[in-house]
Design a protein around this ligand. Sequence first.
Ligand code: TXA
Ligand code: MG
Length: 354
Amino acid sequence: MPHTRVLRIDPLQPDEKVIGEAAEVIKAGGTVIFPTETVYGIGADALNSTAALKVFEAKQRPPDNPLIVHIARYEDLLKVAVDIPPEILSVIQVIWPGPITFVLRRNPKVPLETTGGLDTVAVRMPAHPVALKLIEASGTPIGAPSANLAGRPSPTRIDHVLEEMNDRVDLMIDAGPTFFGIESTVIDVTRKPPVLLRPGPFTVEEINKIIGNIVVPEEALGKREAEVPLSPGMKYRHYAPSTRLVMVNSSIFKEAVHYLQEKGIRVAVICTEQTCEGIDSTNKIVLGRRDNLYEVAKNLFDSLRRLDTLDVDLGIVESFPEHGIGLAIMNRLRKATGHTYMRDLKEVRRLTDN
Ligand code: TXA
Ligand code: MG
């Protein structure tokens, strides 16, 4: 069976030869899976419509859900976006490189295939040495969504990528686990005031300090599905493990697990060290420490994938406070659980009543 070639690379001191080889693939209109500081991306030349379409095909993504365009130099911003308000431009220069994506007016040089037919374009400058060097060496902006099949959790390690993208792309670069483990914050600055489309590692609190107060719609928090999606990605199912997963308030987590176990349900628990303590289960997936939500974010998608390797009826994950990066964690969990969030034991009991 043919297998996509995987090149290993040091994340902090990338080997020029590996970068050069991957850049040749991008220049030739091919697809490369590469690391960013958030999650792995599947990239192709963002200015080449045929190349961009290969990305949609590889991850079975609907054609109306646009790619994020990745750049490595500020000058390249003008190649992909136009009419950037000066106050936004100065903010971008302070913030980048980093895990935040700006939706801007599209430069007609970016084909509509890349932007899913939209007249806006999402742009980001990733803060990962391998990503930056690859974009630079390719000499073109790289359009890249997360390197998972549509609907699956984003990959944060090369084994996640291999699980589903093997033989679907031309080359893969393995640089070990990604740094944040959760996708970039997306903010639409074509609107005034700007609107949050997806919470991420760059927090709303930080944005409010730098840009002024932005709009945070319920849909962006994942609290409900958008009827008229603010962002095409909002209307598609996300991060779903195959095993049924529910979220339970951390304050009643232990009692909930105990109750379900008593009822004979085979549960897997996904919880922090603190919440997991004292729970008697062979199916325990530990997210990290509750007092370090960056660690929880980093382990989140790996934990969702591990759930599917266990022979259980149900997964239960604990809830988190919705501030800082906790907002992004809760957004992903609300989607991964199909919005099943139990705040008290009455709701947990209802699970077994039918
Ligand atoms: O951290 C990240 O952002 C990763 C790495 C690889 O950079 N990429 C990523 O891309 O998460 P993706 O395609 O999985 O998520 C991009 C989101 C989608 O929900 C998409 O609908 C939205 O951004 N988006 C892209 N272009 C947009 C636009 N012009 N207007 C509104 N939303 C847009
Ligand atoms: Mg994605």
